[in-house]
Ligand binder design. Structure first.
Ligand SMILES: [Zn+2]
Length: 297
């Protein structure tokens, strides 16, 4: 059966139709009407699904990747940075609107699933998928199955406290991994230097590559923190593959110098875990949403 994946993003909502072999047959995009509120977002998803079904000529399974996660206690969405979604029973509402079962998962979990099934982690048994972008998230896939956890927070290493006196995080704690390893976190670290003009993450990386000593010092701290933060996850999960996604995953040194820092911190005399860049790029979230359904279901 064909599967529709929907990736509900802060600015755009994307939908695909995927066949049993994992091939994308159709793709559609619409702006996420965040300012118009929850009902408008539901309607956007419904319209995308109906349009994709009309074009494919088949009725499809539907999976949705959301910012935030569904509470296992209430069935309502929590921890979403698209704030009008918080507290809403989005899966239940979509099931009513579309008259069929709908599966939902956190967008970082969709990324992890996609990369584990047919991406960079396809040969892995236990895959930890990491998003490092505006925020920092993660997801765990074991034997091709998503592990969401008892409270649907499995893999959320972005809010492990790395340095208790660090910057305040939006979650209310201080010094979360996200406050250091996200794009805004890297930019903040740069700005904290005396006389530094505001730069974006990618420009700081470029300056370090050109030999700017200040930028290099910021990058050294970034790579060290990456190693420290990821070693904590590896000591618990011991995954065979870690796949990195999100804008910051394009930093080539994460896979060399960053990896050396992980090895230095991890509780073993060697690091055999593979740390790999994503294969599916921006498509991994929407692919993983479709892959919440097996082709045989
Ligand atoms: Zn936090």
């Amino acid at each position: 059966m064909l599967r529709i994946g929907i990736d509900l993003g802060g600015t755009k909502t994307e939908g695909i139709v995927m066949d049993g072999a994992g091939k994308i047959l159709l793709r559609e995009r619409q702006l996420t009407p965040q300012a118009d509120g929850y009902q408008a977002i539901l309607n956007t998803i419904r319209n995308l699904v109906l349009e994709l079904e009309k074009k494919s000529g088949a009725s499809c399974r539907v999976g949705v990747g959301t910012p935030g996660a569904l509470s296992t206690r209430t069935g309502r969405l929590k921890n979403s940075n698209t704030v009008c979604l918080n507290g809403q029973p989005i899966r239940q509402d979509l099931e009513e609107l579309l008259s069929r079962p709908v599966r939902c998962a956190n967008d970082a979990n969709c990324f992890a699933l996609s990369e584990a099934l047919d991406g960079a982690g396809r040969n892995g048994v236990l895959v930890f998928g990491v998003i490092m972008g505006t925020g920092v998230g993660g997801g765990i896939v074991l034997n091709g199955k998503l592990h969401e956890g008892h409270q649907h927070i499995a893999g959320e290493w972005g809010h492990n406290v790395l340095e208790p006196n660090g910057p305040l995080c939006y979650c209310g704690k201080k010094g979360c991994v996200e406050t250091f390893l996200s794009g805004p976190g890297l930019a903040r670290e740069w700005r904290a230097q005396k006389g530094a003009a505001a730069l974006e993450a990618k420009d700081i990386v470029a300056r370090a590559e050109q030999g700017d000593p200040k930028a290099e010092a910021v990058m050294q701290r970034y790579l060290d923190r990456f190693g420290h933060a990821l070693s904590v996850v590896i000591n618990i999960l011991d995954p065979d593959v870690v796949v990195l996604g999100g804008g910051l995953s394009n930093i080539a040194r994460l896979y060399t110098d960053g990896r050396d820092h992980v090895a230095r911190y991890v509780f073993n005399d060697e690091l055999r875990t593979q740390i790999l860049p994503h294969v599916h790029g921006d498509s991994s979230g929407v692919r993983g949403a479709a892959q919440l359904w097996n082709p045989a279901e």
